[in-house]
Every structure is written in structure tokens, then in C-alpha cells.
Design a protein around this ligand. Structure first.
Ligand code: DGJ
Length: 372
């Protein structure tokens, strides 16, 4: 039984000793105001520790690499490659949900490997899944990069779900743009016959309801920005260069596109093409998503800036209610043990001139956006 010291309190539980009285009052005030302070700071009981193992609410490491995030109401859904069994598509696309961005509940494998054609399962590739919502069809639309183990099939995959947690039903594998840019007959990617390759990708849903696929094409030499049809299930047709789609960063070999928008200007963070090895990021800005894009250079500063802090871009998440504030999301790949690859999330805050830098942080929380 707890030892109670009755001597300093009267029969109403109030201290009779003046020092004890003041102390008790302070404690009561602290108990009252502390939660308000925490809520205002945005801490809300969590923090991000980039590069450490991140556990889900069941205590298991989060398996959602090449992340993409969709906000539905007040719930965030994180989609990504489930690499529990290592490289290639041995499991499928997993989904986690959260209302605070710190605590993530595993919603399951929402596009299991069996859902995609056999060529893209097991030792096939299903990478960089992203989901957007089509307000007209009321469908959750997932696009991904599908490939064979040699990365020569290089196609987009499209799947539809009625709920953010799926299940997603596979629709098609395709190359959105089939124009011939002088491809060789013996091109292992068969671009002359099938069109431009589709590899590292992202989706961008614009304020006007139009959506775009942004992806590395032409054997990764050139990036494409392609407007989608009204259902978001393929490119807008007829495809017209410069009108419905565009070649950007021509011959610059960029991948890992992570787009975002602020005050009518489009931003696109990309990486160079060095397989699983990290390299320097670069960002570009445009007034029109189809270009022209003005390259600004590497936003990372400080130690390991030339290697994007040993990571590769995957997504930029707008911070709800904080214009100009975003979370930069990237993957720190461990190429010999891909299932152990880590998540690097860092604050991205635009300066008044529209530029930004990315700095390493061992740990941080959403209160960094509080003063913005
Ligand atoms: C780099 C890409 O960004 C990754 O998604 C993955 O395709 C690796 N290359 C494979 O080497």
C-alpha cells in the first residue's frame, strides 16, 4: 500500500504548510498547461529519426520503400515497396496509415505480388508505387514501375482501389508514350517497337484536377511529364508533344522524381542514375509543369550533401495548413540487404524567394514548422 504523509494536508486535501501549498499549486498549473504547450509545439508524442529503423504500431520495421503518401481526410496513407523478402517483387506494395505522421499502422499488402502479371512477380520488379484519388470516378489510382529482372520491360503498371487500403485491382501495363526518338532496332528495351521506357516515377495531382505521370524514359536519359486521361488510367490521348506531355532534362539522366507545387510554381527534385548508390540531388522549378524547367542545383547542404545524406528522393509531402512547408522523403538503400534500407525524412521550408535547402537532422519533429 502507498505510504501517505497526512501531516502537511488538512481534511480537504489542501496543504497546511505554505511551501507545500505553493509547490502543489505549481504542479497543478504545470499539469494544466503542459499538454497545451506540447500540442502547440506539434510534438504530440513523436519524432522522426532519419536513418534509424522505424517501427510500425505493432513493433515491426516499416516495409514501404520508395514511399508515396496520400492524405484522405485526416489520415495519411503511406504506400511503398515491401522488401521483407529482399530485392525484386517478392511481396508486393504495402500500405500504412497514420493521423500524426509519427505512428504508422500496417494496413497490409494492398497490391500483393499475385495481383500483377507473372513477369513482374518474384524476380520481376514493382517499384515506386504512388496513389492519387480520382474525384470523378471515386477510385484510388495506383501507378508503379513494372519490369523484368534486367529492367528491360520498363513499363507503367496501373491498379485501382475503392478504398485507400485497397485491395487494388490490376488494370494494365503500358508505355504511355510510343513516339520513336530514333531508337536502335537492337535496343534491349525495344523502344522502337514499344515506345519510351517507363522506370522511376511519380504522380502529381494538380489543383485543377489534372494528373501527371513523371518518369525516367528513353533508357533513363530523359524524363517525361505526361498528363493522364480523365480516369487517370493512361495518358491523355491523342498524345501531343508540348501540349499533353513533354520531354524534360533531355539527355541529363535523372531519376527518382519528387514533385511539389507552391504559389503556382512547380518544383521537381531528382537524383542522378547510379543504381542503388547515392548521388547528388538536384531541383528544378517551372511555371508550367510541361516546362520549361529551370535547374537550380543541389538543395542539400552540409556533410554528405553530395550524396543527399546517403539517400535518394522519393516524395515531397506538403505539411497540412502550413503553406511553403513540406517533408522531403528519401530512401537510404542498403544494396546488399535492401530489406533493411532506411527512411530519410527532412523538413523542407521554402524561403521567401522560392528557394530551399535541405539539412541533415539526427532527429526532429513537426514543431520545426510551427513558426512558419
Ligand atoms: C535506382 C532507382 O531509383 C531505384 O528505384 C531502383 O530502380 C534502383 N535504381 C535499381 O538499381
Amino acid at each position: 500500500m502507498m505510504n501517505i504523509q497526512p501531516s502537511s494536508e488538512n481534511q480537504f486535501g489542501l496543504p497546511t504548510n505554505p511551501v507545500a501549498m505553493i509547490w502543489k499549486r505549481c504542479c497543478r498549473w504545470l499539469a494544466l498547461i503542459a499538454p497545451l504547450g506540447l500540442a502547440a509545439s506539434g510534438w504530440a508524442g513523436g519524432e522522426f529519426r532519419p536513418g534509424e529503423v522505424w517501427l510500425d504500431t505493432a513493433g515491426k520495421p516499416i516495409q514501404a520503400h520508395s514511399a508515396g503518401i496520400l492524405l484522405v481526410g485526416k489520415t495519411y496513407y503511406w504506400y511503398g515497396e515491401d522488401k521483407t523478402l529482399g530485392d525484386f517483387n517478392k511481396t508486393g506494395v504495402s500500405c500504412y496509415s497514420s493521423t500524426d505522421l509519427y505512428h504508422w499502422k500496417h494496413e497490409g499488402v494492398v497490391l500483393p505480388k499475385q495481383a500483377v502479371p507473372p513477369a513482374f512477380r518474384d524476380n520481376g520488379i514493382c517499384e515506386r508505387p504512388k496513389v492519387i484519388f480520382n474525384a470523378r470516378t471515386r477510385k484510388y489510382v495506383m501507378w508503379m514501375h513494372l519490369d523484368d529482372s534486367k529492367y528491360h520491360v520498363a513499363s507503367a503498371g496501373i491498379a485501382l482501389g475503392d478504398q485507400p487500403t485497397g485491395p487494388f485491382v490490376f488494370q494494365a501495363a503500358l508505355r504511355p508514350i510510343t513516339d520513336d526518338f530514333g531508337y536502335k532496332e537492337n535496343d534491349p528495351n525495344r523502344q522502337k517497337q514499344l515506345g519510351g521506357t517507363y522506370r522511376d516515377m511519380n504522380l502529381f495531382l494538380d489543383d485543377d484536377g489534372k494528373a501527371y505521370a513523371i518518369y525516367s524514359s528513353e533508357g533513363n536519359a530523359t524524363m517525361y511529364v505526361v498528363r493522364l486521361n480523365a480516369d487517370f488510367t493512361g495518358p491523355e490521348t491523342p498524345t501531343v508533344p508540348g501540349k499533353t506531355w513533354a520531354r524534360v532534362f533531355i539527355g541529363k539522366s535523372r531519376e527518382a522524381p519528387a514533385p511539389f507545387k507552391h504559389q503556382g510554381r512547380y518544383y521537381l527534385i531528382t537524383s542522378a542514375c547510379t543504381g542503388w548508390a547515392p548521388n547528388a540531388a538536384s531541383y528544378a522549378v517551372a511555371g508550367n509543369i510541361l516546362g520549361p524547367w529551370e535547374t537550380k542545383g543541389n538543395p542539400c547542404v552540409g556533410a554528405e550533401a553530395e550524396k543527399t545524406f546517403r539517400s535518394q528522393s522519393t516524395f515531397v509531402l506538403p505539411v497540412a495548413g502550413k503553406p511553403g512547408c513540406f517533408i522531403f522523403m528519401a530512401d537510404r538503400w542498403f544494396k546488399d540487404k535492401l530489406e533493411d534500407s532506411r527512411y530519410i525524412w527532412l523538413p523542407l521550408i521554402l524561403k521567401p524567394d522560392g528557394s530551399f535547402t535541405l539539412e541533415w537532422r539526427e532527429k526532429w519533429d513537426l514543431s520545426v514548422f510551427e513558426m512558419k
